[in-house]
Design a protein around this ligand. Structure first.
Ligand code: GAP
Length: 456
């Protein structure tokens, strides 16, 4: 069973991953701020996604579109009319509930009225549709300003730029357009920490293909995306595919597979891979009166491409990665919490720890630290006992600690400690960078001649 959510929330607060938003004012429901460790972990997740989805592929390009888009985008996409959840409200405590959530819990029958409020037991209103888009006004005077929406998905930025990309990138189909950015949804029941929030970040890619090849590409992307989570280091037993039944499909989707993770709240969506058919381009083609068809020079055909969309959440991935890496264990009769993160994800790669604060050790340790921080995300820590400092680094998932002790002053060697095996080796300072690089690439202490040379 995965760790319980309270432990993750507490670790995140204690170690600077995630704080409640506006905490000094009592917090703002379902909004969270990422602290120094959280931003690094988030950045590493984004970088690994971008590397796999854009950098290493010649058939995908990136964009960054604006969060506020022309309101007609959302009319054409169907979000103004269709991006809504049925909700019921309690007549006594006025809490609102998603019918889908009540259905899942088995507390609600189809007419929406025969069950009571899960919070106070009050009577519930019949279900009504609630649009999830945030509205705001653009312009100086509110009465003259036009309504704009905060985007509920980044995907529409790719559809409205399809023509720009085709004409400027000189690339042929199949072609993907990728983007990472914030999305906003006025969720009825946000919660479970950063799992469902009203402001979150998506990593989406729209892959435009020739009609008829869509199903094959759908299978391809489902496999690719599943294996990306394995590359992040998430255990396979905690991942599964959930193909959508017809009544689960979004208004635009022909088919959809979710990649689910075994969160403490149960199996839940981490990413959706959808076959959006040609729904979006057809809608924008008609509404904008711009020709969004594609001329296939090879076959001499003109068509509106189909789209396969892998759509992931940065925040949900971060939560899954933390839960999966969290371990409690007893080492030499002492408990330790350790995040066994893939080193590529670890917020700090190397911690430089002088054995104590001392007029000779400190300058040497600072020099080692300054020599490393251009190449690795490095931290310097000389507060409290060495044992406590190791524990702090274990809790944030730092793969390697470098200790400078009094012998270092004589022999110019330092000790490297491995987070997972707790093995230690001693190496000359001038080989430190090379050794850290090898270890961070995944080389085992035992397998490398470099390590063997230094082993005590
Ligand atoms: N463009 C398709 C789309 O947006 P989605 O399944 O609604 O599909 C994709 O969202 C991903 O975005 C989800 O799998 C999840 O990781 C993330 N996501 C969606 N709503 C979220 C929310 N309220 N809070 C955090 N992440 C969310």
């Amino acid at each position: 069973m995965p760790v319980d959510m309270e432990k993750i929330v507490s670790l995140c607060k204690r170690r600077g991953f995630v704080f409640p938003s506006s905490e000094i004012y009592g917090g703002l429901g379902s909004c969270w701020d990422y602290g120094p460790m959280g931003v690094e972990l988030k950045r590493n997740i984004r970088d690994m996604w971008w590397k796999a989805m854009v950098q290493e592929r010649s058939d995908v390009v990136g964009i960054e579109s604006s969060i506020m888009m022309h309101p007609r985008v959302w009319q054409a996409s169907g979000h103004v009319g269709g991006f809504a959840d049925p909700l019921v409200e309690c007549k006594s405590c006025h809490l609102r509930w998603r019918v889908e959530d009540l259905d899942k819990e088995g507390t609600m029958s189809e007419d929406g009225n025969s069950r009571r409020c899960p919070s106070c037991g009050g009577e519930l209103t019949p279900p009504r549709m609630f649009n999830l888009m945030f509205k705001t006004f653009m312009g100086a005077l509110e009465e003259e300003a036009s309504v704009v929406y905060l985007r509920p998905e980044t995907a529409q930025g790719m559809f409205v730029n399809f023509d720009n990309i085709i004409t400027t990138s000189r690339k042929k189909l199949p072609l993907g357009i990728a983007q990472i950015g914030r999305s906003f949804r006025n969720e009825i029941t946000p919660g479970n920490f950063i799992f469902r929030t009203r402001e979150f970040e998506q990593m989406e890619m729209e892959f435009f293909v020739k009609p008829g090849t869509d199903e094959q590409w759908f299978d391809y992307w489902t496999k690719e995306r599943f294996s990306w989570y394995l590359k992040l280091g998430i255990k396979e037993k905690n991942l599964r595919l959930h193909p959508h039944s017809k009544d689960e499909l979004a208004h635009y989707a022909k088919s959809c597979d979710d990649i689910e993770y075994l969160f403490p709240i149960g199996w839940s969506e981490l990413e959706g891979i959808a076959n959006r058919g040609n729904y979006d381009l057809i809608q924008h083609n008609a509404a904008s009166r711009r020709n969004l068809s594609y001329y296939d020079a090879e076959s001499g055909e003109r068509y509106i491409p189909y789209v396969i969309e892998p759509s992931a959440g940065v925040d949900r991935t971060l939560l899954a990665v933390l839960i999966d890496a969290y371990h409690e264990e007893v080492v030499e009769n002492r408990e330790r919490v350790v995040l066994r993160l893939n080193p590529s994800l670890s917020p700090v790669k190397v911690a430089v720890l002088p054995l104590s604060k001392n007029e000779k050790l400190t300058p040497m340790a600072r020099e080692v630290y300054e020599g490393l921080c251009a190449d690795f995300m490095t931290c310097y820590d000389d507060a409290q006992s060495i044992g406590r400092r190791y524990r702090r680094q274990d809790e944030i998932g730092t793969p390697l600690c470098v200790t400078i002790d009094f012998a270092s002053l004589e022999d110019h060697q330092v000790t490297i400690r491995d987070r997972d095996s707790l093995a230690q080796i001693r190496l000359p300072i001038d080989r430190l960078k090379e050794a850290l690089e090898a270890k961070l690439k995944g080389e085992a202490f035992e397998s490398s001649s470099l390590w063997a040379a230094g082993r005590r």
